[in-house]
Write a protein that binds this ligand. Structure first.
Ligand code: AMP
Ligand code: ZN
Length: 284
């Protein structure tokens, strides 16, 4: 079992050329089983890794995650960087959500949190001069996201998926890679429990995305009835994705923070701007 996950992760890295030993790798560590597993394995395989934890200020949940990540990195001897969401965007995710709602913008916490996390991860990966950014996304996350986008008729969003992310090759993006891409969530959990990693197994208390949960349950049921279906979903997507990506145009840069984006300002500056928040310095 332990060997299966290791083999799968190695094969994914090789097949999709996700990482090389020359890369300076930043692993986005949430304190959950997936990112803890991927940090452990990349460190074991001899990659040059450092970790980044974003404090999202989700009460006791974030406090425990932070404690676990600090302990795990210190045990592994991996350098850990910590950043607070309030320092970067000026607000906690819960505050952003409630004020945006009062202004008529009814985004789900997970959508806001996801945009904020992607923004911070890319900014810090550049600031720390990293050449690759690793996340702990697994097979279940990817199959769910693809089906959700399909059902919402937002296939444009699926272009962000795949073992190597980035809608277009763009110098403002540090390539984001997902070594657990072909690992089922239940296998990662089993590995993490066997290894006795210090992690929280509960889901985030803010994650009330009923649609993702329903799609997840639906796929779990299909997987029980027709084993291998999640893998077939991502295979289908991987086969078609390169053609769709080619049809996309070039990105510009946010006039506020300098991050790559398709409009004048990026999603995060757009949200903060709605709140009347201060403009943030452009940095390079
Ligand atoms: P999620 O968006 O919660 O499904 O998490 C997906 C991936 O994003 C995780 O596997 C981590 O690699 C990364 N991530 C999520 N939350 C954090 C966090 N608070 N700090 C650093 N990385 C995170
Ligand atoms: Zn911006």
């Amino acid at each position: 079992m332990k060997a299966d996950i290791e083999r799968k992760v190695k094969q994914t890295i090789e097949k999709y050329k996700l990482l090389s030993k020359k890369d300076k790798v930043l692993v986005a560590c949430s304190g959950g089983k997936d990112s803890t597993t991927v940090l452990f394995l990349l460190n074991k395989f001899g990659y040059d890794v450092e970790a980044l934890f974003i404090d999202l200020f989700i009460g006791k949940y974030s406090e425990k995650n932070k404690e676990d990540v600090e302990r795990f990195c210190s045990e592994l001897g991996v350098k850990l960087h910590e950043v607070s969401v309030k320092d970067v965007v000026g607000y906690s995710v819960c505050y952003l959500k409630s004020v945006l709602k009062s202004k008529g913008c009814n985004l789900k916490s997970c959508a806001i949190c996801g945009a904020v996390k992607r923004h911070i991860l890319n900014r810090y990966a550049k600031r720390l001069k990293k050449t690759k950014l690793v996340t702990g996304h697994n097979l279940d996350d990817e199959a769910q996201s693809f089906v959700m986008n399909l059902l919402k008729d937002r296939m444009d969003l699926s272009l962000r998926l795949g073992p190597k992310t980035g809608v277009v090759e763009e110098k403002g993006f540090v390539p984001r890679v997902k070594p657990l891409y072909f690992c089922a969530e239940k296998d990662v959990e089993e590995f993490s429990r066997l290894m006795k990693f210090p992690v929280v197994y509960d889901s985030c208390p803010c994650s009330v995305d009923a649609f993702r949960r329903d799609v997840g349950r639906f796929l779990d049921k299909l997987e029980r009835d027709a084993p291998g279906i999640k893998l077939r979903i991502v295979d289908y997507f991987l086969e078609r994705m390169p053609r769709s990506k080619k049809r996309l145009g070039k990105l510009g840069y946010c006039e506020n923070c300098g991050e790559p984006c398709s409009g004048k300002v990026c999603n995060v500056c757009g949200m903060v701007g709605l709140l009347g928040g201060k403009k943030r310095k452009v940095y390079k």
